[in-house]
Design a protein around this ligand. Structure first.
Ligand SMILES: *Cc1c(COP(=O)(O)O)cnc(C)c1O
Length: 323
């Protein structure tokens, strides 16, 4: 399957040491936060496939959606700018959201931003309506699903899984467990799929920042896996995956003081930036699982650092500094 080359890959893998924590396993980080500056994070691996399709089909306008501070929207806006494609973002949030962080970068990239509230209806419907409007004016528009998480986008994380297998050889190491954040779960789906194609030897763990374990397992993952089966001609039906939903905390994009405290400790001891919405919660989860001895059978754990540094809003920065 063809894809564009937009991301800096392979991304490096580093071992992490915290001065004040005696971890019962080796913890490694795959630096997908270093896929690029504007492109930082996991979305660009999915967009390499999705924008290839857009170019192949002569698409003039892409439409996608997310929360007002969506990393996916920002990466899509910048990739579209690079490729000379118009970008329309349907963002859920307050109409008076501050033009900061990702929302600022969306506009810097020239994206058309539509902020919608509950009264505007379902965001997927808003995207469909926008597509009709654009096509009535002669555009050739394509909708990219939330998070870029369909079968095609998730192929980017099958590639990432294969990249890990190559790095294991080079580094002479074997990761028994691969951990990532589960949001729209395209990253997780790709890693799960790659693992199954390679014989299913690793534990794949998704730490949810949004939905319950049941929702991820029953509603979110299966359709993405089905689409990957259709695209690749494989028949992956049963797969090994663990979802932890104990670290959603107060809910999507809402932070607790203990998470902020942890992020502060982690960043100030490693120089690796975590964000409050995704990687901060996941890393807090990993440390909790390790320190509470829930993962005592694990030896080499690899966390996929999925980016998010632009997700810090003024409000969250103030919360961290006040901790
Ligand atoms: C989108 C995102 C995730 C979640 O990835 P999904 O494929 O949507 O599950 C994790 N971390 C960061 C920083 C993200 O932007």
């Amino acid at each position: 399957m063809k894809k564009l080359s937009l991301a800096n890959t392979p991304t490096r893998i580093e071992e992490i040491q915290l001065m004040d924590a005696d971890l019962p396993a080796h913890l490694y980080i795959k630096r997908d936060d270093m896929t690029g500056v504007g492109f930082t994070g996991n979305k660009i691996r999915k967009l390499e496939y999705l924008f290839q399709k857009a170019l192949d089909e002569g698409i003039t306008d892409v439409i996608t959606r997310g929360a007002v501070q969506s990393n996916h929207a920002r990466a899509t806006a910048l990739a579209a700018a690079r490729l000379g494609i118009n970008c329309h973002l349907v963002l859920q949030g307050h109409r008076d959201s501050k033009d900061e962080a990702n929302l600022f970068l969306d506009q810097l990239a020239g994206a058309h931003v539509h902020i919608i509230g509950r009264e505007d209806g379902y965001p997927d419907q808003v995207m469909e309506d926008l597509k009709k409007d654009l096509e009535a004016k002669g555009a050739h528009a394509m909708i990219i699903p939330v998070g870029g998480s369909n079968g095609l986008g998730s192929m980017g994380y099958v590639d990432c899984f294969n990249e890990i297998l190559e790095q294991e050889e080079e580094m002479n190491i074997s990761f028994d467990t691969v951990v990532c954040v589960a949001g729209s779960a395209g990253m997780l789906a790709g890693l799960v799929y790659g693992n199954e194609l390679a014989g299913g030897k690793k534990d794949i763990v998704g730490i949810s920042v949004l939905d319950s374990k049941e929702t991820v397992l029953e509603k979110t993952l299966p359709p993405i896996i089905d689409e990957m089966n259709e695209l690749t001609g494989n028949h992956v039906a049963n797969y090994n995956v663990t979802i932890l939903d104990d670290y959603v905390g107060l809910g999507y994009a809402k932070s607790r003081p203990e998470e902020m405290e942890f992020i502060w400790d982690f960043v100030s001891q490693t120089g690796i930036i975590l964000d409050p919405v995704y990687t901060g919660k996941a890393m807090y989860g990993i440390f909790s699982e390790l320190l509470e001895q829930h993962w005592s059978e694990k030896e080499n754990i690899l966390f996929i650092h999925s980016g998010g540094a632009f997700g810090w809003t003024r409000e969250q920065m103030e919360m961290l500094l006040r901790k």
